[in-house]
Write a protein that binds this ligand. Structure first.
Ligand SMILES: *Cc1c(COP(=O)(O)O)cnc(C)c1O
Length: 388
């Protein structure tokens, strides 16, 4: 063999039986081979285990899918390149022209835009209500044939809580699927409900370090088997290296989520007692309008705390500028605490009457609590509130 050839075909280092790496390696390979054509064909027909092409399946992304499904209390999952990718590919996989979708004004803005802009072009209809409008949800599902309900709990930014049992009962009675974007609540929560499919942005708490993007849909083996061909065709695959980073992040997921959630409650309680603040939105507070419901559905109330400043929007922007430990940045679930000031918030994509239903005040500020010492975060908030 000449050098050129040898370099293209380096030796395979196989591990002896009974010897394995403690941390699974990154299968940074697009292609996988079988020894013979017959084995390749058997594998492609599903008669034999094996991998062929990484857009369809890869051992590193497969390991992540299995970890996520177990944590969410379901049978299987598909990962893809972002949370929005998971939402778009799931909706495209489940919907066809003339289907009707129930969604909510409090839902993540790109989800609303997917329905209002993209899927509308393909003839998918939708209705938008408020997530707290239990009677409206019941009326709509009884009167309008609906293919699926997509919702969130807690909602972003003002942490409204969906009555998940009510929604899944009404949806099941009406023959509609339920899709819960469970990103804010996290992978360990809401698994005991009757939700059909969970969607997560892995960019947030799963990876946990603000350095990698990913998304997932999680559900029964049957639901996931039906969705997978569309995910493979739409092509928004998660790179094995990103999957490996997310798998690594997940090792500390529960500890991070719990610590960040505990710190968020501590900060919410501090803010509640402050005279410059009209209202604090945090489901862990007894004064939250749906605290009892949240406590019956959740073990941890999450890491997002928002509040309405009495002095309004300009004071909110000054508050954000005065903070030293909180970065003015999008997203959540990072080790660093983050702030979204009023100037960067609001349901700007919605018509005014729907936007008003979302209940975001001109002085609403959103905090995402990180892994710093909570006492340092409180001290930083205190000096910034004094500065406005
Ligand atoms: C961030 C987020 C998404 C989108 O996730 P990306 O990974 O940024 O695409 C979807 N839903 C919710 C609730 C989110 O917070």
């Amino acid at each position: 063999m000449k050098d050129k050839t040898r370099l293209v075909h380096p030796p395979h280092v196989l591990l002896p039986e009974g010897n394995r790496p403690l941390v699974a390696p990154i299968y940074q390979s697009v292609k996988f081979e079988h020894d013979t054509v017959a084995d390749t064909l058997r594998s492609l027909r599903g008669e034999k285990d094996g991998f062929f092409y990484s857009r369809s399946a890869n051992p590193t992304t497969r390991q992540l899918e299995q970890t996520l499904a177990t944590l969410q209390g379901r049978e299987d999952a598909i990962v893809c390149s972002s949370g929005v990718g998971a939402i778009a590919q799931t909706l495209i996989g489940l919907l066809k022209a003339d289907d009707h979708v129930l969604c909510f004004v409090e839902t993540y803005a790109p989800t609303r835009s997917l329905l209002r802009r993209t899927l509308q072009r393909y003839g998918v209809r939708h209705t938008m209500l408020s997530i707290e409008d239990d009677a409206g949800i019941e009326r709509l599902l009884e009167s309008t044939p609906t293919r699926l309900v997509i919702f969130e709990s807690p909602t972003n930014p003002i942490t409204r809580i969906a009555d998940i049992g009510h929604i899944t009962r009404q949806a099941r009675a009406a023959g509609a699927l339920t899709v819960l974007d469970n990103t804010l609540a996290g992978l360990h929560q809401h698994g005991d409900t009757d939700v059909d499919l969970f969607i997560h942005s892995l960019t947030k708490y799963a990876s946990g370090h603000g350095d990698v993007m990913g998304g997932a849909v999680i559900g029964s083996a049957q639901q996931i088997r039906k969705l997978r061909p569309d995910f493979v065709l739409l092509g928004g695959v998660l790179d094995p290296h990103a999957a490996w980073l997310i798998q690594r992040g997940l090792k500390t997921y529960l500890m991070r989520y719990e610590a960040q959630s505990d710190a968020a409650l501590h900060i919410a309680q501090y803010l509640e007692a402050h005279d410059r603040i009209a209202r604090v939105h945090y489901p862990g507070l007894a004064r939250h309008p749906r605290h009892e419901l949240a406590a019956s559905q959740m073990q941890h109330f999450g890491t997002i705390v928002s509040f309405d400043l009495r002095a309004g929007a300009a004071a909110g922007d000054r508050f954000a500028d005065a903070l030293k430990l909180f970065a003015i940045a999008a997203s959540m679930g990072s080790p660093e605490s983050l702030i979204i000031p009023p100037g960067l918030m609001g349901p700007h994509d919605l018509p005014a009457e729907l936007g008003a239903l979302a209940g975001i005040d001109p002085g609403t500020v959103r905090l995402s609590i990180g892994l710093e010492d909570p006492d340092d975060l409180v001290a930083d908030i205190e000096q910034a509130l004094a500065a406005i």
